[in-house]
Design a protein around this ligand. Structure first.
Ligand code: 1GP
Length: 247
């Protein structure tokens, strides 16, 4: 019986205006020395979830990474896969991402068809997610690998219509992402516009580097903040960012 605890908890948190903090761990980029420090800080600061994945994972450390984290802590592990090879039963849940800002059928439905039978048998909680890529000022791996154009950063109206369509199609979360390592994170104006248009929880990530940005994003209406690169470089940032989430 698949687990289904995380999504109801996210809806509940949204109702109570409680924000969630996610650390993204890219299996390719992890230095093992820093992993332990990152996990210790995540426990200390009550990080809500780990997202695990990347646009291009070139090593085969996914299972091992998931087991290592699980041996260390109980923070839920959510797969954030760049493609259908990045699947593992050792996680708790999977963001079943449809890249709705793009027009690449493989990433709208193709890979989903391929992975559906595996996922049906898996114990993972499957959370359908509208993935909306926003121009972050540089060509990110996800833009290149997905072969899609991001939504221009100043076009909040396109992001709003995209998120609305995703919600009407039944997607349970929306993820506004400027892409890992983006120069410019998603603007607060766009976050405000999208969050006030939809009912489902809104995830925001890509290029977030400071606690001030975290605070501004949650104030603008983001329900979940994802940080990868900045924490990978300086895990101690977890402390200030977690504090900024809590207001
Ligand atoms: C990327 O939103 C995530 O998909 C995190 O981005 O690594 O730039 O924090 P960063």
């Amino acid at each position: 019986m698949p687990n289904s605890k995380l999504y109801p908890a996210l809806l509940d948190a949204k109702q109570r205006s409680e924000k969630k903090f996610v650390v993204l761990l890219d299996p390719d980029k992890l230095r093992l020395k820093k992993l332990e420090q990152t996990l210790d800080l995540a426990i200390e600061c009550s990080v809500d979830y780990f997202f695990i994945g990347g646009s291009l994972v070139v090593n085969n450390m996914l299972d091992e990474l998931l087991s290592d984290i699980r041996a260390h802590c109980n923070i839920p592990l959510i797969l954030f896969p760049g493609n259908s090879f990045q699947l593992s039963y050792r996680a708790d849940a999977l963001l079943f991402l449809s890249l709705i800002s793009g027009r690449n059928p493989e990433l709208l439905i193709g890979q989903h068809v391929i992975s559906a039978p595996f996922l049906k048998m898996s114990p993972l909680e499957i959370i359908s997610t509208g993935y909306i890529l926003i121009d972050g000022g540089v060509t990110t791996s996800v833009q290149y690998m997905s072969n899609t154009y991001p939504i221009p950063a100043a076009k909040a109206d396109i992001a709003v219509c995209t998120a609305l369509a995703g919600e009407m199609l039944g997607l349970k979360l929306m993820y506004l992402d400027a892409g890992s390592g983006a120069q410019n994170p998603v603007s607060v104006q766009m976050i405000e516009a999208v969050s006030s248009a939809i009912e489902v929880p809104l995830i925001v990530g890509g290029g977030i580097r400071t606690p001030q940005q975290v605070a501004a994003n949650v104030k603008a209406g983001a329900d979940v903040i994802v940080v990868g690169n900045a924490i990978e470089k300086d895990p101690v940032l977890i402390r200030e960012m977690a504090a900024a989430i809590g207001g």
